[in-house]
Design a protein around this ligand. Sequence first.
Ligand SMILES: [Zn+2]
Length: 394
Amino acid sequence: MEDIEWEYLDEDSLARVTKLELNSKTVYTPSHTTTIRDDQTYSAVVGTNRRTPSINVAGEMLTKSTLDLIGKNIDTANDLAGRLIGKKSTSSRDINFIYPRIPKNYEVKNGEKKTYTSIPKIDELQISSLAHIQLQCSADAIIPPIPSAIRELDLFKDILSRTKNEMQTFKKEKQPMMGYIPNIDDRGLVIKMIEEYLKKPYECRIFGVDFSGSSNNPQLMFTVVSTLREKLKIRKNRGDNERYYLHVFNASVSKKSEKLISPVSDLLTHLYGVDSVSGVIWGGGGGNPDNARYIQISDYGAYRKDAIKGHVNCSCPVCSKYNVEQIYDHAHYLDRLKVHRMSSYREEYNRIAEKIRLGKDKAYSPYVKHKTQTLKDVERIIADVREIKARTGG
Ligand SMILES: [Zn+2]
């Protein structure tokens, strides 16, 4: 079972320091998920041997052939489980979410022409198998296999009860189920999903919102957070109220843009009370170093190679060894940029948690309001948060 404590709350936003206890593991948030599975590699790469326990997302975007055969062919299910286990953290202190993701549609290539087919309705065998695979992988919270483009409430309810059945069959009914919400436009359906998740027998308190690779996603966040707070009767005063944990899947690091400098976005989700966030589980990068971005924490800007010249102020293992030209001028430039980002995020999350703890004039919101590349986005989110608080009586 899970235990969720909100230890410190930011005054202007919904950012918080949460202590999550799940299956005898403890993590503190806000945080970004780890993408390096074992402590040794982490130490070597990030340059510290004191890795704090974190959330790890072992995910895979299901291909058409995998989805077609899942629940029908035992080898397909075992192969998928094997791949997902291979992505789990090897540290027994880390919390693992196992996420076989059902995409919105499939690309069909016919010579040069590309078309898209929608995902057929997911059936009972597929649901049971995808839930079972997570149990097999010892997932710390079971994610109901909701297709990314779901439209019908009835199908959604079927998926929940099938998932719960599977958990009961394997005597795992006490394992928490995650209240998973895909990135869909139908806000009414999102509200109904949350209502269902909160009901018996599910009683979800750990929620996961899928951004599908988008940044910030204010409309969806507004709906999710205001509904959760309203239904759980969360007020400003702390104490007896119900708490929830909120994870965001597949968030983009920065806004998609052709500009040389683009605002960082994943770090801002915490203003909405997001506890942890993970990046996209599918490939990316594009292969052109000119377009790969270097994250600068001092202003929350994601810089393209041509914009970052001479700007670097970072003492991570990569930046203390190479200058910007050298980082980019290498076959493994993406790895180097990733190590830099992980190191600077690690420091930044310590800073954010410290500011939320200190509160008052040293607080988090005034700090984040000074990040010059994200001024507009922060303003928007703070305005949203004010309205959420006003609506839910906090
Ligand atoms: Zn660096």
